[in-house]
Design a protein around this ligand. Sequence first.
Ligand code: F6R
Length: 606
Amino acid sequence: MCGIVGYCGPKDATDVLLDTLAKLEYRGYDSAGIAVFENNKIRVEKSQGKLSCLIEKIKTDGKPTGHCGIGHTRWATHGEPSDINSHPHGNKRVSIVHNGIIENYKQLKEFLSGQGYAFESQTDTEAVAKLLDYYYDGDPLETIARVLGEIEGSYALGIVFRDFPGRVYSVRKDSPLIIGIGKGENFIASDVSAILQYTRDYYLLEQDEIACVEDNRVRVYDVHKNPVEKELQAATWDVDAAQKGGYEHFMLKEIYEQPTAVRTTITPRITEGMPDFDECGLTDEKLAAYNKIFIVACGTAMHAGMVGKYVIEKLARTEVTVDMASEFRYRDPLITDKDLVILISQSGETADTKEALRISKELGADTLAFVNVKGSSIAREADMVMYTHAGPEISVASTKAFSVQIAMMYMLAFKLAYAKKKITKEVCAAYIAELENIPEALENTLMCKDTCQYVASKIMNADSLLYIGRGLDYALSMEGSLKLKEISYIHSESYAAGELKHGTISLVTEQMPVIAVVTQHDIMEKTISNIKEVKARGAKVVLVCAKDVEIENEAVDYIVRIPVIMDALMPMLAVVPLQLIAYYTAVLRGNDVDQPRNLAKSVTVE
Ligand code: F6R
């Protein structure tokens, strides 16, 4: 949440800052701002609203001209979105941008007020800016180190001092930050995708390391001001991956990228037809020895975990508990050193998931992370990591990340079932072969696009919807419902179809469409009965089902049919129409699909 950038180099700093901020807008878009050294003074421009509002403001005010500066795009935590609460914060001497939360800001404000400082914003960040000013003694490094000793919480900071034009200082704890290394120019950014068009080389800043960035050198220090040697990393994502590539929205592009994303994720993990997790040291012996499995994640990633639970329990006969990370961290989970905890995260920076990882490690469990962003905190802190290879996911609503997450869950389920001797090598290989067919099946599934668009036109004016399903279809209906509400702003709920009669069915009227997911043949008839029950109460029914599902015409209003593959793997396909229905509904309602209100992609605060 919040994106920060910084630039030192020969180019026009305002252009570079605005350009790199545009790549980080997915992290927050309540306000934006920059601070640029202009004639050895710090000039700040900031504005409530999206980056486009800042660009307009700069057109009116005149563009700051300089070659060094910092920038910010905000997802508001402390203080409403407003000009005054926008970053950068500070004064003529020091200016900062911040991603994270300063937990002791009230005490700091109280202390600084006593020292004569007046505060104008409601932000926690302003306390850090003023504290830097308070301790500033002409030595930026010393000042930053001193301030680090007094602030509590999470932060990635970009800092400029008027006395040091041409330098951007930077430090981080529990919020991501990279230092981009170019030729005669250097950068800071919350995420490497922001700087890909300038350079692929970067350093990962570790906890409480302080960087001093200039155009032709970067120095990094630990919190005791000792120099630190950094290892150069190279980004593997290409520039095009972070562009819309002719699609109207990133979300649609990312939905269409799913066949490739799945192929790229599974292929390197298959050796002689069997799942191969050697890259993270997860051997069959190790896997077979685990007692219980916990899967912890948030939102869409948690739904991927639910799919994992159904498949692992069915095939490997091993107990799996799925938790929302925000609940897990406070529920004193019964985990031992004989258990495996799997953390799933696209960004690898989700605060609750990160904390769940730390708790699991403290309890002695082995931790395995499925993460999309290379070098992110969760990837670095877990005992074992397997990267999903979805490429950058820019749209706030997660789509291709979900598909690769469940692909990894399947690989793990097959491997565990084989390791625990619940399936033979032949059966395991047959499952893997079916998984290898998924990319092609996904291409075919995408052909349901027009039907989904039509369905969207039929539900777009509803005030509320129900999603129903059983087993794996229930897990999928949860994901479908989340996707719809987050981008269309239509309320929806997902219900286990058999549970409806225990209360929720009283909501069903002609005004409440029901989207039913039916892909599991063994329980199909049961869900079809539930469909008839809602139909009898006037609901318009949209059925997302396998091509071979038979149902009377009068029981449903609209049908989206998808290819038939092994039941266990059907979620890999069924998610596509659910994503497309949500996408087109949001488009038809005129919403900002890629940047829905109140949301941000990377939830780095609790
Ligand atoms: C929904 C969505 C969120 C994320 C959740 C976890 O479309 O994107 O629910 O899935 O915030 O994020 P990661 O996977 O980055 O930990």
